[in-house]
Design a protein around this ligand. Structure first.
Ligand code: ARG
Length: 456
């Protein structure tokens, strides 16, 4: 126990198991030990503990780390409130009274805030790496599909032709924003709270700035009260996960659609699909569905912590212990989801010719025809209406654009000439796009080259 002095009785067993965070904060042991070693070295630098004591403490802590890794020391929830007290207790077993000096000038409040910041910085870096892998996969697949035609949709109705590469590059952009958000989370977490004590600093001459470089922070927090109670960086993290998972869920949903018999656009590998226990013919895109489904829990995690923090008075309150499970769960969910998405895309087959014939028998190039009239000086609103008439004519005559002759077009509007028919060529439809950011294959190739030089 860390506070024996004024207590006559031990914490009730039920109260211990209710309040212990050990089962889920064990994961912080490496950050906890890293922080403790840095703290001990700082205490030595300012003369609060001797070199010999520092050596004993750091050796003891390193041993605890090895024991934990090897499984020979595994503290239990019945005994300890959290990983911080468990490590301190074990250190006392190993080094005797010296262990008691480690806590000089330190509270578990600044300790846990430091551990969480260290952990989040690693988490953000790890997730950034995973996002980069997925971006690379998307760019690779895009580079093989610059000319793979597909319908682009609005309202889930066919709108204008695009390429599969163009569609995938939209996700590369989204993931880039996710990476930026993770950078922001890293930046926000990069200040050291250690040395804030329980809430109001210390009367001891602690040299906070000496710990900064040891732990790889970029600076120290400026107000002890804020540093102890601040969990904004965790909400930023959870929000970064929210948006990242939301992006994955949109791609997952599209994969579910594309792999259906109605679309027949992609074929998922057996390794990432499941069968039905009843219907022998089924091949289900469960991994994509689960990625889509798991967004609910990460949104829930954000709401959990945001609610915990609401109206919480400064500074530390035990409520703050509730920050951990949502954060760890969102991390695990996001990390594994990105990996599954990457593998699913790496192993899926694309039916490259799927839409080539089908889009000839469609009105998907209607806007191109309207644009053609605009270039002849027709106001767009009028050209829109003329093309509407062309579509209506086709529907009545049971025809598509490619079946039309120039005479039929001229009957609808005499300003049409032979070159208007070129608008109906689906194979050159992408090349005719002029604007930057469009699916013009040349522009898409340039973007792929740009991503390749950035990512690979
Ligand atoms: N397990 C606690 C938490 O995560 C550590 C801090 C405990 N501090 C305290 N004053 N009881 O919040």
């Amino acid at each position: 126990m860390l506070w024996g002095g004024r207590f006559d009785k031990k914490l009730d067993k039920k109260a211990m198991s209710f309040s212990s965070s050990l089962n889920f904060d064990k994961i912080l042991i490496f950050e906890d030990i890293e922080g403790s070693i840095a703290h001990a070295e700082m205490l030595r630098s300012v003369g609060l503990i001797s070199q010999e004591e520092t050596d004993k403490i750091t050796e003891g802590l390193s041993r605890i780390k090895d024991e934990f890794k090897g499984g020979s020391w595994n503290p239990s929830e019945e005994e300890f409130e959290d990983i911080h007290s468990a490590v301190e207790y074990r250190l006392k077993e190993l080094t005797g009274e010296t262990a008691g000096k480690l806590h000089t000038g330190r509270s578990r409040n600044d300790q846990v805030a430091t551990d969480m910041r260290l952990w989040i910085k690693k988490a953000a870096t790890g997730l950034k790496g995973k996002n980069r892998e997925l971006q690379k996969r998307l760019v690779e697949t895009a580079s093989e599909n610059v000319n793979t035609l597909m319908p682009g949709y609005t309202h889930l109705q066919r709108a204008q032709p695009i390429s599969f590469a163009f569609h995938l590059l939209a996700y590369v952009e989204m993931l880039e924003r996710d990476v930026n958000r993770l950078d922001f989370v890293y930046y926000e977490s990069d200040l050291l709270p250690l040395g804030s004590g329980a809430l109001a600093g210390s009367t001891l001459p602690l040299a906070r700035e000496l710990i900064v470089s040891k732990l790889g922070f970029s600076g120290i927090t400026a107000n002890a009260l804020d540093a102890i109670s601040d969990r904004d960086f965790l909400l930023d993290f959870l929000n970064a996960v929210n948006l990242g998972m939301m992006h994955l869920s949109r791609l997952a949903e599209e994969i579910v659609l594309w792999s259906s018999a109605e679309w027949k656009f992609v074929l998922l590998s057996d390794e990432y699909t499941t069968g039905s226990s009843l219907m022998p013919q089924k091949k289900n895109p469960d991994m994509a569905e689960l990625i889509r489904g798991k967004v609910g829990r990460v949104y829930g995690n954000y709401t959990t912590l945001a609610t915990t923090l609401k109206a919480l008075p400064l500074s530390y309150n035990r409520d703050l212990q509730e920050d951990k499970e949502p954060v760890f769960d969102s991390f695990n969910t996001y990390y594994t989801s990105i990996g599954i998405m990457e593998s699913m895309i790496a192993t899926m087959k694309i039916n490259k010719d799927r839409f080539v014939e089908e889009l000839k028998h469609d009105f998907i190039l209607a806007t191109d025809l309207a644009d053609w009239l605009v270039l002849k000086g027709v106001p767009f609103r009028e050209s829109h209406s003329i093309v509407g008439k062309v579509v209506s004519y086709c529907e009545k005559a049971n025809k598509y654009f490619i079946d039309l002759s120039i005479d039929e077009l001229k009957k609808i509007d005499e300003r049409f000439d032979e070159t208007a028919l070129e608008c109906f060529d689906i194979n050159t439809s992408l090349e005719r796009k002029k604007t930057f950011g469009s699916p013009n294959p040349e522009m898409v190739k340039e973007q792929i080259a740009g991503w390749k030089s950035k990512l690979f």
